[in-house]
Design a protein around this ligand. Sequence first.
Ligand SMILES: [Zn+2]
Length: 843
Amino acid sequence: MRKHMLFIIVLCIFTSVSIAQKPDKLSSNQIYEKVQKLNFLGSALYIAAHPDDENTRLIAYLSNNVKARTAYLSLTRGDGGQNLIGPEIREQLGVIRTQELLAARGVDGGQQLFTRANDFGYSKHPDETLAIWNKDEVLSDVVWAIRKFKPDVIINRFDHRTPGRTHGHHTTSAMLSMEAFDLAGDKTAYASQLSDYDAWQPTRLFFNTSWWFYGSRKKFEEADKSKMLNFDIGVYYPLKGLSNNELASIASSQHLCQGFGRLSTRGSQEEYVEFLKGDFPEDKSNIFSGIDTSWNRVKGGKAIGNILTNIEANFNFVNPAAHLPKLMEAYGMIQNIEDEHWKAIKLVEIENIIQACAGLYIEASAASSSATPRANVQVNIEALNRSNANIKLNSITSIIDKKTTTKTLSLLANKKENFTLDVNLATNDYSAPYWLYEKGTLGMYKVEEQQLRGLPETPRPAVLKFNLEIEGEAITITKPVIYRYSKPDKGELYQPFEILPEVTAKFKDPVIIFSDNKPKEIPVTIKAGKDNLDGYVTINHPYSWQVYPKKLKLVIAQKGDEATLTFTVIPPATQSEGTLIPEVFIGDKKHTLSLNEIEYDHIPKQSVLLPSETKVVRLDIQKSGQYIGYIQGAGDAIPESLQQIGYDVTVIDPASIDAATLKDFDAIVIGIRAYNTVDELKFKQKYILDYVKNGGNVIVQYNTNRRLKVGAGELAPYKLSLSRDRVTDETATVEIIAKDHSIVNFPNKIEAKDFDGWVQERGLYFPNDWGAEFTPILSMNDKNETPKTGSLLVAKYGKGNYIYTGLSFFRELPAGVPGAYKLFSNMISVGKTQVIKQPQLKN
Ligand SMILES: [Zn+2]
């Protein structure tokens, strides 16, 4: 795939990490800091597993105090977590977290790298992690990252020696780093990578230890520190007016979808790294000890270093443009060094400095935020020299259509030049996140193109190179095409300029449940990516399902407009699962992608393309009870799922709960972590338990035992102790231990096969101790663990029933898992005898 993309990618390696966002507008202080970094030739790579694992204090310190090139390699994009700020989960959450990491690096000055590993959910042990990830592929990506970034020093966040102590992904990240440290320098390992990047042997490897890994501060004080380096990372940066820790807090507070917004701290703080392998450093306060991090490191670098260290020592904060002649001289010399690695890095750095010193503002903006492949786009150019330097624009090269436009223009002091340029988007590729185009496996993203692997984002396809002369010396400044606009309530905004399909299609729901034979009307929303869209839509469906009509005509006049077409879907008579895919035909081209737009204030707008589909499930299910009251906790989609199978669900405002509010419901279901997140429950618990006593049926989903809003002993009518017991293997065998209990017999008979097809995990935070009044229903366990019987507990209380379950219904029902629906229906039905009659339709 994408032969010509290579060309663009190679180019993007030489451009800076932050692409297509707000342009940098550097103050003298910031320019000076960039000059300091220009004079440091040393690199550190920090390795962990997830967005938020990274120690932003250490990354900020290395990048801003040591001045090192610093990168964070997060093996995953954090797709498996929860989203505290919006509805996106899985792949789309991974896109948000990718951008939050980039935002964090924008603050702490680091760069961001990834592997193809997918965060599939919690894992207790590296053995499980590596059974789901493809070890060879992830290891190959870590080796690739090392060969490409060429760190002198690698720092692991986690300890490779303690499997089982923390998340399996964590320990695995450290174990793979240990292996990759040796393999990156070995020319026989992953030899196909060597056509792009040379083998590279980092000098040393550390583990970023702390008291936490020792269990207590006291134990850490007593630990042998002969192999540890430590340094004070609480430094103050007068140029920024910030302490390193304040900078680090701002960086980690970018992880908003994880609720990481936090207070900043100041003052002295020791950081420890434990030496693992490589050359032991002589100076135990400097991780780069013994490594030449000056310009002398590269052949021909000494003369460059002489010029640049002189600029640093005599920096003119009032008129940085005074340095332009010397900077241009150094720029010319850097172009001639043989070391391709440092040449590429330092050219980008010095280009940015030269631009900033000249107050040179160059912007390339499109009139709209997106266009289709092969479209012609008019790009508005603004070019402005805000210094007295002698600057000429000679030509502009558009990379995507390989077109150079001659333009002889002297950029006079503070005289703005505006003109337009026609760019043809000469590509068949889209600009959406590259790792989501193709379906991967549970543990791995599928990315065929080696050059794309590890990149945080898809390289911007529309890029212009401005060929200039500054003080008589040639220089090229690279700018991606962006989209700039304003909103009355937000001010000026920048967006990436996207190349998107001419049409995309999307079902409203990712899963549609049919609890009987009745046909359903299923809407498909079609969005036009260009004007005058004319074609038709069909639905690809499994053989046993029927869809009418066979095709529907589609006409949309305006780009950006949507049309909703409705198809009738008839399920088969018996239990069945399948996938519906909308296929939009425009001319002879078939389109099957959906466009998912993600907009938050703290990250650039994301346009995500995913294979468009919806899962359809025909359930063979019986129900007893109809009216459900739902008390939301931390947020889950159980109410929508129960509505899909025909229950009447009322979401209850916790503040309104009293004896009268609850009494008419057939069951009250309490959302995940409600007792951790809903303050009112402290005062309303008595009404909930009274409702049970008077004959009601309460189903409580998982809570964590820390920070419960109700007092000890008040969660349930009887003794119930929550624990951290969980079963993370979603295929773990489930044994029904209370075979005669109505909850596994009425109205649906629950059998072993009802635990097939579960996703991500069985359940979490199971109680591990309970009163004799409770009946444990199920037993299950992860490999090499003792059976856990607390996943589903039922107790009679007064005339009603109290049910506590840590089973992950909040994942299984939205995923359309038939057995989970049956079991949930049975939980609602406990204490009832009357089955609701299903309408029997023939099809
Ligand atoms: Zn983590």
